[in-house]
Design a protein around this ligand. Structure first.
Ligand code: 5GP
Ligand code: ZN
Length: 114
């Protein structure tokens, strides 16, 4: 997908601080962290948001969900827990139109919608 920031990160055209990679999934530190640990987990293939999830890309989405607990353990979050967030569309405040799951943790997170 041309002009997609996260596709460019996957391609290595824009640098990122990688924390995990496999055949289908890439994870990296958020550039503007909202918690002591703030990592973004994305499919390598371009999917715009949860709203675009369907039969044709379910395996890519499943690969992302499968990687999240592995990454959380690697980051030291498995024991105390963490929050997983994905924004979808305008009202959610989604700024990058490539499906991504935020992993937030490293402290007791405030109870909030976002
Ligand atoms: P959204 O608001 O779409 O759910 O989340 C997009 C996230 O991407 C934000 O938390 C933002 O800080 C992060 N982000 C935006 N541009 C970059 C970048 O170039 N590199 C990294 N590592 N994160 C980015
Ligand atoms: Zn993309």
């Amino acid at each position: 997908m041309e002009n997609c920031l996260f596709c460019k990160i996957v391609a290595g055209e824009i640098p990122s601080k990688k924390v995990y990679e496999d055949e289908n999934v890439y994870a990296f530190h958020d550039i503007n962290p909202n918690a002591p640990v703030h990592v973004l987990v994305i499919p390598k293939t371009h999917i715009a948001s949860v709203q675009e999830v369907g039969e044709e890309n379910l395996s890519a989405v499943a690969a992302v969900l499968k990687a999240i607990p592995v990454i959380a353990r690697q980051l030291g979050l498995a024991e105390n827990g963490y929050r997983v967030i994905t924004n979808c569309g305008e009202d959610s405040g989604q700024t990058v139109k490539h499906l991504h799951f935020h992993i937030l943790g490293g402290k007791k997170l405030p109870v909030a919608l976002a």
